[in-house]
Design a protein around this ligand. Structure first.
Ligand code: HEM
Length: 365
């Protein structure tokens, strides 16, 4: 019997000649992860990616039963939960994994912010990340309406009403989102299309760019660790870091399965467009800090409606976040930028306190 052509054997050689496996192997072997006291934060991008993949898998299964119309959406989910084997579990996994993914994404965002991973030449890695955050929030907002229950219906009414406060284009935006003047079956069908086609397509493209850039530039070493002479020690990505990643993903899967099994997603009452709004409508937790901020704003600020000022403020906040790599000139020069660290920590504190207040202050409207 002739000896295999390489140490990988014939099948590998056959595939390599056609697919270029050796190049992939070379890439994997070249990738290294710096080892220093902040290495733990490098796991959160991968964790977000893992939870996103859980979303894709469970979302496709939900698609097999879900019907996107005001007449059938609620009933199709009732059927899924009561009749379809493990239907309740798939739905709960999708709902919980969405929350965990956004949490992991926030941890990833704030860790790369505080570790100044956006310094040159990772500006576009950062900007694509901000885009991915916008897409993740849009996934959450559109997905919330799909069960067509009372809570989701009124939260969407409030949420889309807020877009109406954007100057000049607000009314147009609100109509575009709602598919008319009111939240109706047309809104549901629209949100469905956005949730299962538009957002997955945009996310795939942007995620492709994000991961390509991460691969191209390698992992950054935070300035603090660099100054302490750390970060010269490295660990191979394959298999050392990837195996550690896998431990993290399995742990996340365990937490996810426990949450989904012990606290299954609820369905509540079917939406009734003509019923009065229930007391204490709440958005998803990741929108709560904005919702609560709008509640605290006075009716008028310098003659402009408080809500308009608030919405403009959040828009400006998003633009500033996108521009962080260009605004933080000190970090770009390799100096310490305590101001960005302080602002980042203040933002985390602000979001946490306002979210807490959102859940504890008694509802008035
Ligand atoms: C769906 C959402 C996202 C996914 C799946 C994702 C995935 C990843 C992965 C796998 C890495 C490499 C490992 C790591 O550093 O954790 C990474 C790195 C990075 N991400 Fe993300 N990310 C997402 C969102 C974001 C957001 C919201 C931002 C910030 C605005 C961001 C900014 C960055 C930066 C700057 C790096 C480079 C880190 C370094 O070189 O040290 N990403 N991302």
């Amino acid at each position: 019997m002739p000896a295999p052509a390489t140490r990988h054997g014939r099948v590998w050689t056959w595939l390599d000649e056609r697919l270029g496996l050796a190049e992939v192997e070379r890439l994997l072997k070249k990738k290294e992860i710096p080892v220093h006291r902040h290495t733990v934060w490098y796991y959160f991008g991968g964790m977000t990616l893992f939870l996103f993949l859980v979303q894709v898998a469970t979302g496709i299964l939900l698609l097999l039963y879900y019907r996107p119309s005001a007449e059938e959406a609620y009933e199709s989910i009732q059927f899924l939960m009561a009749e379809v084997e493990f239907g309740w579990l798939i739905r709960s996994l999708h709902a919980w994994s969405a929350n965990l993914m956004i949490f992991a994404l926030f941890v990833h965002l704030f860790s790369v912010l505080l570790l100044k991973a956006y310094r040159p030449r990772r500006e576009i890695t950062w900007a694509s990340g901000v885009g991915l955050m916008g897409l993740a929030l849009a996934f959450g907002f559109t997905g919330y309406l799909l069960p067509w229950n009372e809570l989701a219906y009124f939260a969407t009414k409030v949420g889309t009403e807020i877009t109406g406060a954007v100057p000049l284009v607000g009314a147009f935006l609100r109509r575009l989102l709602r598919g008319g003047e009111e939240v109706t079956g047309a809104t549901l069908t629209r949100f469905y299309g956005i949730h299962v086609a538009v957002l997955p397509l945009l996310t795939t493209l942007l995620l492709g760019l994000h991961l390509f850039l991460v691969q191209k530039h390698g992992m950054s070493v935070p300035p603090g660790a660099e100054q302490h002479g750390e970060g010269r020690r490295v660990m191979p990505f394959f298999p050392n870091f990837l195996l550690r990643d896998l431990v993290g993903w399995l742990s996340a899967l365990t937490v996810l399965a426990a949450l989904a099994a012990y606290f299954p997603a609820e369905l509540g009452k079917k939406a009734d467009q003509f019923a009065p709004a229930p007391i204490g409508i709440k958005p998803e937790w990741y929108f709560m800090f904005m919702f609560q901020t709008l509640k605290y704003l006075p009716s008028y600020i310098l003659g402009i409606e408080g809500e308009i000022v608030g919405v403009l403020g959040f828009g400006l906040g998003g633009v500033l976040l996108l521009l962080v790599p260009f605004l933080d000139r000190r970090a770009a020069r390799g100096e310490r930028s305590r101001l960005v660290t302080a602002l980042g920590l203040a933002l985390i504190l602000y979001m946490a306190v306002l979210t807490y207040l959102g859940y504890t202050v008694s509802p008035t409207k």
